[in-house]
Design a protein around this ligand. Structure first.
Ligand SMILES: NC(=O)c1ccc[n+]([C@@H]2O[C@H](COP(=O)([O-])OP(=O)(O)OC[C@H]3O[C@@H](n4cnc5c(N)ncnc54)[C@H](O)[C@@H]3O)[C@@H](O)[C@H]2O)c1
Length: 385
């Protein structure tokens, strides 16, 4: 019998509702050791909170996160709020002794991330950070291909996350486009952790980074129709030098809000002297593999189906999508918390989130200096699997 775990959400916006939907779809998972129940929700906006009235099990609806954190009927919390609130709410969750799934970028900047890590390690709570895109079956195939060593000596790699709706200058402002809420990292804080999860998990530790950043649209319409500053970085391209036993190689990390034509395109590509692999959510069923055979070079296309890290009832040939990735991420989070992840791919660890912060901090220094900057202290994957 699967262990029941009572989940509370803090922040019932885009991601809070996505989490509620994933929990409601839990029976799609075959033989998972945990059975989550959405028991409570906190949001400061009454209409956001009212959305959760449709979920019978969510008995506790509150505007005060301290009430939710104090509730004995909540075992685990998911905290999905704007970046300037991460530190306060993550620290409160740790102080309340609650295990939690955090959101990226895990604090508004490196210093906040360091204080959060110190607090959760002191409290001894189980914490992971949200990053679902690596759970696409094509991404899993690419990860396994790289891990197998089939690529040989690495030549180069790319990890990208690309959006484009900001190409419309009439798109209204929101908190993600204002430094005081989103942070100085701008798009890196929004999309960068998604791009870095796999490189960090593969043990790729950048030594230096050169960053080209752009604030392309400096103003946007505000709530009352008046123009307000849109002061965040829209696009960031990082070239990181990764140390490797067979020789350093460049990792290009692209995070863009204005990449014309791209809608939530997550890309992982790595090529080496013996082989290569490429997966993009633009073609979510297809993985491309580079092979050398009898001196001939060929890119092959493989079709992957619906099955990811945790088996589901979904037919193996059916398509996989964003909501499936969220379900898999939650399955990994709750399985790992229950000590039942085994050797399966797991969620981003707090120390990996901190390593991402170190890279972003160096990237900000580089965008100011115009030079490659050292990612001081990046090699710290003490608790990374
Ligand atoms: N994993 C992903 O794919 C993904 C996608 C989008 C956003 N995110 C991350 O999720 C987090 C939230 O983003 P979002 O898009 O859901 O934002 P959102 O604006 O849609 O939702 C945030 C919610 O938090 C609520 N809130 C604000 N202050 C609060 C408080 N003190 N207590 C309780 N609720 C409060 C707001 O009312 C709002 O409903 C951010 O860290 C963001 O980077 C992750």
């Amino acid at each position: 019998m699967a262990e029941a775990v009572r989940v509370g959400l803090i922040g019932g916006g885009l991601m809070g509702r996505e989490a509620a939907a994933a929990i409601a779809r839990w029976p799609a998972l075959e033989d998972h050791p945990v059975r989550p129940v959405l028991a409570g929700v906190c949001d400061t906006e009454p209409e956001r909170l009212a959305w959760f009235e449709r979920i019978d099990t969510a008995a506790l609806l509150t505007a005060d996160h301290r009430e939710l954190l104090a509730a004995e009927e909540i075992d685990v919390v998911y905290i999905a709020v704007p970046h300037h609130l991460h530190e306060r709410l993550y620290l409160d969750a740790a102080a309340a002794g609650k295990d939690f799934l955090a959101e990226k970028p895990f604090g508004i900047d490196l210093a906040a991330g360091q204080r959060i890590i110190a607090a959760i390690e002191r409290a001894g709570v189980f914490v992971r950070c949200s990053s679902e895109m690596p759970f696409f079956p094509g991404a899993q195939l690419a990860i396994n291909e790289i891990r197998s060593g089939a690529l040989g000596r690495p030549i180069e790699a790319q990890a990208s996350f690309l959006h484009s709706s900001d190409i419309d200058p009439r798109k209204p402002i929101n908190w993600k486009r204002q430094t005081r809420y989103c942070g100085e990292l701008g798009v890196m804080g929004d999309l960068g952790v998604h791009a870095l999860h796999v490189p960090l998990r593969l043990g790729w530790r950048p030594r230096t980074v050169y960053a080209a950043t752009q604030d392309i649209v400096p103003e946007r319409p505000g709530a009352d129709g008046r123009t307000v500053p849109c002061d965040t970085i829209d696009n960031a391209t990082l070239i990181a030098a990764v140390e490797h036993e067979h020789g350093d190689f460049p990792l290009t990390v692209e995070t863009k809000r204005i990449a014309p034509g791209e809608a939530n395109t997550w890309v992982l590509r790595a090529v080496g002297m013996n082989g290569g692999v490429e997966f993009s959510t633009r073609a979510p069923k297809t993985v491309r593999r580079f092979v050398l055979e009898d001196g001939r070079q060929a890119w092959q296309e493989l079709q992957v189906g619906s099955q990811s890290v945790f088996p589901t009832v979904t037919g193996a040939i059916f398509e996989f999508g964003f909501a499936d990735a969220i379900l898999q991420m939650w399955a990994a989070f709750l399985a790992e918390r229950a000590g039942a992840l085994g050797d399966r791919f797991g969620c981003l660890t707090p120390r990996e989130a901190l390593d991402a912060h170190r890279l972003f901090a160096a990237a900000l220094r580089s965008s100011r200096s115009g030079r490659a900057e050292p990612t001081v202290g990046t090699v710290q994957a003490a608790d990374s699997p």
